[in-house]
Structures are given as C-alpha cells and as structure tokens.
Design a protein. Sequence first.
Length: 122
Amino acid sequence: MINNGKLVADGTMDQLQHQFEGTPVIHLEVHGDTADQPDPFTKIQGVEEVKRLQDPEPNVVLYRLIVKTGSDPRSEIFRVCVQNGLTLLGMSRETKSLENIFQQLTSTEAAVAATPAGEVEA
C-alpha cells in the first residue's frame, strides 16, 4: 500500500489483516426467551466486554463481544448458549478489509506512526 508516494505497508492480504487486526471482536446472533440477558457471555474467560447491538426480531438479539488478544472463546460461547437454552443463529469474527486497513494507514496519524524510525518524510 502506498500513501503519498511512500510505501506504508507490504504483504499479502492475510499478512496485512493479521498485522493490523486490532482488538479481536466476535459478533453473535442468538434466539431464545432469555436472549436479551448478556450475563452468561460476560462470565466467559477471554471475553472483556459484551455490547448489545439490536433486536432485529422478537427474541433475537445481536451482540458484539470484545475478546482478549490471543484468546478464542467461540466453543465456550456455544456451550454457554446451549446451557442457557439459547439457539445460536450466527457467530463470526470481525476482520478488517483491505479498505479498512488502507484507511487506517493513510490517515495522517497512522501514516506518521507507520514511518520507520529514523526516516524523515519530506
């Protein structure tokens, strides 16, 4: 990726996504009578924050879970859904697109931070 004539990132799509992934996020869609109760998800090891996004239909809730870097609580999330009588309609990890990475790199602050030490921009 080039910004103002300078190379700001180089690598495959997978390499760039891994390098600029940021805070890991998992999106959930659950159905059940207790779908609006986030408490079971907050107790899962590796889950740092649970945010309720919206209720697209009755008894269906979308959540955004922020998880610790290096942890993968997806199997535990599934187990907690089963234990609480919830149907897991969807679960996905948030990944940055190349467009998101490009926007991050070409913002003024990010471009300065990405400049190797000792290199001065003209």
